[in-house]
Write a protein that binds this ligand. Structure first.
Ligand SMILES: NC(=O)c1ccc[n+]([C@@H]2O[C@H](COP(=O)([O-])OP(=O)(O)OC[C@H]3O[C@@H](n4cnc5c(N)ncnc54)[C@H](O)[C@@H]3O)[C@@H](O)[C@H]2O)c1
Length: 272
């Protein structure tokens, strides 16, 4: 665990939660998990299937606090039932949920959105990347009698057109809207629900997007800070939203992208 970049403390002491979406050491979910663990959280991890287990297990076992792992394919109700049953048996209650899961077919992440999006591809992207948060939030909230916090991960392609992001942009728009509706429903139970809109980061999911390298370079060159989005920043935002520092913040989409989302026109050369 690279403890140098994730500050240690007690902000998550006594809190237990599920992190969904670690595939390897570059996963955003893994950065968030390391930060939460460094602040004393007790963690459970769900991973997509048996093939991923050999990559995820050594990471998880490197964390303190004896975290536990459970397999969960978010498109399979039986698998989700088993995951949350296991959590219920292990802990009874939980305090937070991290949803960092998305998928769209490679053929749909390039070229024309209008021409390349199939009915099946649209449904799949929506199911894995948006509905799965609604489903996980319903299940997790049943284990949060004392309140809690949840986050989902999104990207600017929900708000603006980003070449090749295509059907995933539409799914992220649905995810962000779902985040607000869930926040309203769960607010009276003291459960805060927010999304983090991260700038481009080098992960497996990013590798599936055609032109990903250009997206990364533009994300840096046009950003206000002139830097790549840093895992520490995304993980720090997650810590804020999931800990008691985040009191009163719900239904929000927090951009952590070096300021890229707020830029209207990139640099203009001095003509004077
Ligand atoms: N990398 C970026 O630039 C970036 C930027 C903004 C938002 N995000 C979002 O962050 C989240 C995490 O992505 P990442 O970039 O860390 O990539 P990643 O590939 O490491 O993580 C994606 C995860 O989704 C999981 N997944 C896909 N289908 C699943 C299924 N049916 N059941 C269970 N799990 C499934 C994968 O196993 C993987 O762990 C995603 O929602 C992604 O859209 C990524």
């Amino acid at each position: 665990m690279s403890d140098s970049v994730f500050p240690a403390g007690n902000l998550m002491k006594g809190k237990r939660g599920l992190v969904m979406g670690v595939a390897n050491k570059n996963s955003i979910a893994w950065g968030i998990a390391q930060q939460l663990a460094a602040q004393g959280a007790k963690l459970a991890f769900s991973y997509q299937g048996e093939e991923l287990e050999k990559r995820v297990r050594p990471l998880v076992e490197s964390l303190p606090g004896n975290p536990f792992m459970v397999t969960a394919d978010v498109t399979d109700d039986a698998s989700m039932d088993a995951c949350f049953d296991a959590l219920q048996k292990k802990w009874g209650k939980m305090d937070f949920l991290v949803h960092a899961i998305a998928f769209a077919g490679k053929d749909e992440l390039k070229g024309s959105f209008t021409h390349n999006t199939t009915r099946e591809g649209f449904k799949r992207a929506m199911d894995v990347s948006a509905f799965s948060f609604v489903d996980a939030a319903k299940r997790a909230s049943a284990l949060m009698p004392d309140g809690g916090a949840m986050i989902s991960m999104t990207y600017l392609g929900s708000e603006r057109v980003v070449p090749n992001y295509n059907v995933m942009g539409v799914a992220k728009a649905a995810l962000e809207a779902s985040t607000r509706y869930i926040a309203r429903d769960l607010g009276p139970a003291g459960i805060r629900v927010n999304a983090i809109s991260a700038g481009p980061m080098r992960t497996l999911a990013m590798a599936g997007i055609s032109g990903g390298k250009t997206l990364m370079k533009t994300g840096k060159d046009w950003s206000m800070l002139k830097e790549d989005t840093r895992m520490e920043g995304v993980a720090g935002a997650a810590l804020y939203l999931l800990s008691d520092l985040g009191h009163s913040c719900t239904g929000e989409v927090l951009h952590v992208d070096a300021g890229f989302h707020a830029v209207g026109v990139p640099d203009i050369a001095d003509e004077g």
